[in-house]
Ligand binder design. Structure first.
Ligand SMILES: [Zn+2]
Length: 233
């Protein structure tokens, strides 16, 4: 079983786009990586790669207007650049989760380097927000064996996503992002979006912000509550 899993992970590492493991639900399940909410109480909106000086405030404003709570998977090196924005996310009641210190593929990082990276991210995030993340999603949605072991040792929930807007792509339109993010949505689903363009097409966050009202409306029409990823609604 193990060589098979490692082989699949090896193949996954060759993909350039974020997140192959989300396409391999059986593999994710076998490794104990969640793609949906453990408590299944509602829908979780998740934003990766921030904070961002323009994207994060625009997303926060849209969420506040609709009184919606989301989860932000912060990158340590960006929190260092924009600590006040990270603090603002926390102050508005959103869940703070971990995306790493550097935004690099885990399969290319030795365990000791990765362990230091995670500890550094937690320290930087804690200093800026006063929070300790309880949930971890690695860059590109790619877990290495070491990444999974280190996350478990620290008591973090390893979480990918069940839906995505593919909002990092330069050609993504707000309508397409919204349609992909909400297709067949039900309680327990986790939606991946990005409030930053640090690691994706330039200005991609603008399309995300433009898509958000439609995404929020669709979820509201389905009568599903928005929930943070590690807490009951
Ligand atoms: Zn990312």
């Amino acid at each position: 079983m193990r060589p098979l899993l490692m082989g699949a992970l090896g193949a996954a590492s060759a993909w350039c786009a974020p997140a192959p493991a989300a396409h391999l639900p059986q593999l994710a399940r076998a490794l104990g990586i969640h793609r949906r909410l453990p408590h299944r109480a509602g829908v979780a909106l998740t934003f990766d790669d921030g904070p961002h000086p323009r994207g994060t405030p625009a997303v926060l404003e849209t969420l506040a207007r609709a009184d919606v709570i989301a989860t932000f998977f912060l990158v340590g090196e960006q929190v260092e650049r924009w600590p006040t924005l990270a603090a603002e996310i926390a102050a508005e009641g959103h869940e703070i989760a971990l995306h790493g210190y550097r935004h690099r593929n885990l399969l290319l990082r030795p365990p000791t380097t990765l362990s230091r990276d995670l500890d550094r991210a937690v320290a930087v995030i804690g200093q800026a927000t006063g929070r300790r993340p309880a949930c971890y999603r690695p860059p590109y949605g790619i877990f290495s064996t070491a990444g999974l072991v280190l996350a478990r040792r620290r008591g973090w929930l390893p979480l990918l996503w069940s839906h995505w807007g593919r909002d990092w792509e330069g050609r993504a339109t707000p309508a397409a992002i919204s349609a992909r993010a909400t297709a067949g949505l039900m309680a327990g689903d986790v939606v991946l979006l990005h409030d930053a363009d640090h690691y994706s097409a330039s200005d991609s966050w603008r399309n995300t912000v433009a898509a958000l009202p439609s995404i929020l409306e669709t979820v509201s029409d389905l009568d599903l509550p928005f929930v943070p990823v590690t807490q009951e609604a």
